[in-house]
Design a protein around this ligand. Structure first.
Ligand code: PMP
Length: 327
């Protein structure tokens, strides 16, 4: 579907997957007006296909658009596009275990020109790709690198938006993490470099205590981290399960201290791709430590199961989060 200044959205159509032809002066290539979303459609026990909270992705897409001076796509159009694509052939949606159909809606400037200004033409597209289980061999903890040199987002910047540039800026830190033998980067705040923000593609959660008395805390939304839909959903699921939940600013030294005195029992990351991933090990330029005994924690696994049960249709959708596609 296209957007043109003065005309709005027009020319919605379904096309077979194929390369795009771009003018060398396409403005996105030079000035990065590019935003995206990621959703998963799961096969339900009755054979239907449902996607998790697409309205939340659609609204985040609108917020990203506003931040990048791009036009907002109506929420209904966003969901209708996913619906039309899945409806083409529901056989694309895998039916085994945690496998899903990954949907990638995105929008970019399609105007041709070299002047720096908001474009007057945009293209919105959705691509779909089957995704296997994230952990085919069972849930495995990741090791993380505390990035003290690079920052992902500064106050007033685009950290809250899901825009291409944020990911471009993160790649060098991801490479640094890999050099230190870590799977993922943990980003810190840009101002003091000590508050924990999020990971490359996931939000973080900290579990204090254990059993029914556990307290589950996630870094507060400060404007420089992505408001994850999984993060938001887990705040509600954890509360439904009777846990005390909270949002707070957490420093790296609090992480070290909680780990040392045993009050911080589990840490996990969450996002659409991996649902929930335990964090097993942390490294920084000056130290490293294991989270708990380095294996997936009990509460981490309970929350993961509870969320996946809703997404795959094995638990009641008490919040009205699941949306049928391609019916
Ligand atoms: N933070 C970042 C930077 C991300 O790219 C993602 C993935 N969209 C998340 C957090 C998790 O968000 P969600 O739960 O909506 O997938």
């Amino acid at each position: 579907i296209q957007w043109t200044e003065g005309r709005g959205w027009h020319d919605a159509r379904l096309e077979p997957y194929a390369p795009l032809q771009l003018d060398p002066a396409n403005m996105t290539l030079h000035y990065a007006q590019s935003i995206f979303e990621g959703l998963k459609a799961y096969r339900q026990p009755d054979g239907s296909v449902k996607v998790f909270r697409p309205d939340a992705n659609a609204r985040r897409f609108q917020r990203s658009a506003r931040r990048l001076a791009m036009p907002e796509l109506p929420v209904e159009t966003f969901i209708e596009a996913c619906d039309l694509l899945v409806g083409q052939d529901k056989a694309w949606v895998p039916s085994e275990g945690e496998a899903s159909l990954y949907l990638r809606p995105f929008m970019f400037a399609s105007e041709v020109g070299l002047g720096v200004k908001p474009a007057n033409q945009y293209t919105f597209m959705v691509i779909a790709s089957p995704a296997g289980s994230y952990f085919p061999g069972g849930v495995e903890p990741v090791s993380v690198w505390l990035s003290e040199e690079y920052v992902r987002a500064a106050p007033g910047g685009t950290g809250e938006a899901k825009c291409a540039g944020n990911y471009a800026a993160s790649l060098v830190a991801q490479a640094e993490a890999a050099e230190h033998g870590c799977d993922q980067v943990v980003w810190l705040d840009a101002v003091e470099r000590r508050h924990i923000e999020e990971m490359g593609g996931m939000n973080l959660y900290f579990v204090y205590g254990s059993g029914a008395d556990a307290r589950i805390v996630t870094p507060a939304l400060t404007g420089t981290l992505l408001p994850g839909i999984t993060r938001d959903s887990l705040l509600r699921i954890a509360a439904d399960m009777g846990y005390e939940t909270g949002e707070a600013r957490i420093t790296t030294d609090e992480w070290r201290a909680g780990n040392a005195d045993g009050s911080l029992t589990e840490v996990f990351a969450c996002g659409t791709a991996a649902v929930i991933t335990p964090v097993g090990e942390v490294k920084s330029s000056r130290d490293e430590w294991k989270v708990g005994d380095g294996t997936a924690g009990e509460i981490t696994l309970r929350l993961r199961e509870a969320l996946l049960a809703v997404q795959t249709g094995h638990a009641e959708d008490t919040h009205g989060w699941m949306h049928t596609l391609g019916s």
